[in-house]
Design a protein around this ligand. Sequence first.
Ligand code: L3W
Ligand code: SF4
Length: 442
Amino acid sequence: MGRKLLLEHINVPGINTFAVYKEKGGYRAVEKALKTMSPDDVVEEVKKSGLRGRGGAGFPTGMKWSFLAKPEGVPRYLVCNGDESEPGTFKDRFLMTHIPHALIEGMIVSSFALGANTSYIYVRGEMMPQIRILEKAIAEAKEAGYLGKNILGSDFDLELYVQPGGGAYICGEETALLESLEGKRGNPRIKPPFPAIAGLYNCPTVVNNVESIAATVPIINDGGEEYAKIGIGRSTGTKLISASGNINKPGVYEIELGVSVEDFIYSDEYCGGIANGKRLKAVVAGGSSVPILPANLILNLVNGDKRLMTYESLSDGGFATGTMLGSGGFIVMDEDQCVVRNTWNFSRFYNHESCGQCSPCREGTGWMTKILHKIETGKGSYSDIDLLVDVSKQIEGNTICPLGDAAAWPVASAVRHFRDEFEWHINEPRLSQERNYGLAHY
Ligand code: L3W
Ligand code: SF4
């Protein structure tokens, strides 16, 4: 069994309440940080832990914190990104629902480290139950003296607010989130400047994912070095994975980074194998914003080693420079899944969610959606496949925010690894049309 740092007490009845959370050792990290450490000590422990952003980009959290500008007399903000909307990703919602005090405790510790006296948890607007749960948890923490003025006699003040999101996927992009938090339309800003220099209300701001913030609690409790002992290489600690698709046991799992992909899919501790005795066809390992990896690539050995669940080892070598573990939204497709249809579905999502500021994304996602629909419904030609790849290349790297890349990568990788399936739709137009009769209306 892998170690559980975030979900250790998840099955304890009442763990969502302050009393039970505290009884199980909760708020020790706040006591330790505020009574025995300086803010810089806390930043140092997070740096030592090797923690990397759990929202999708995998950027080192301690490094991000150390970039925070500290001009005299200017407020600093910590903003928690709880706008979880990545397809196939539901681990932040799970954490906020079942163990909200882990996030509140992490917010207090992290705000102390950053010198933020006002912090926000921006939660996806559709998640009203989670917003209520967090508001209740904040009230409980405040009543117990962990929020408000002069917390634990440390001279540190913190007010924590929950802000419902604007109801758009793009509001999960950190600068769009800040625009939305300021009451404006959630359009991504051009970076630099990064939020660490000019963020909320143009003040220095750190934006971290829900899971990243919750992870600071075990890091402070046990020390950064202890945390860094878990995992492999630059992928340290544990990670929540949202597992979905054609598996026997979909759900949220806490893994030690470095578990093999094969074990994650087939062992009873995690996904429990492919449902209905089918064969694995493909995996999208990091939400829908990463390449689609075929079974042979995901299960075969890489330089003699098994492919691991780490930030480094899930790339397909052909696309994308970033980490392909992404948000940890692990979508499994069995042999009956149609890759063209699933890619079309992803594309439709990005086209719908594009904010429209840059033409490669606004127009390109529309083009890709139309071409994929044409192929999927048996009306495509060979030249459409090349056009699809061409459009995806025009988007990649040419947009303000990563949504453009996120839309391009699954399409490009689908054609690269499953070209024969695209060709089947073109060679078998009648079968394709009959199978997709309902799709003609989209
Ligand atoms: C100061 C510098 N700060 C980078 C900070 C930057 C940000 C973080 C990472 O996209 C990915 C995306 C989705 N000085 C800095 C600096 N920073 N250089 O580091 O930045 P970046 O640009 O690498 O990524 P990002 O814009 O945060 C996130 C992928 O995640 N994704 C999406 C997940 C979506 C959710 C959701 O549903 N809300 O989780 C999944 O794979 O495609 O590539 O803080 O400021 N020099
Ligand atoms: Fe908007 Fe797309 Fe440009 Fe991002 S890439 S700013 S979502 S148009």
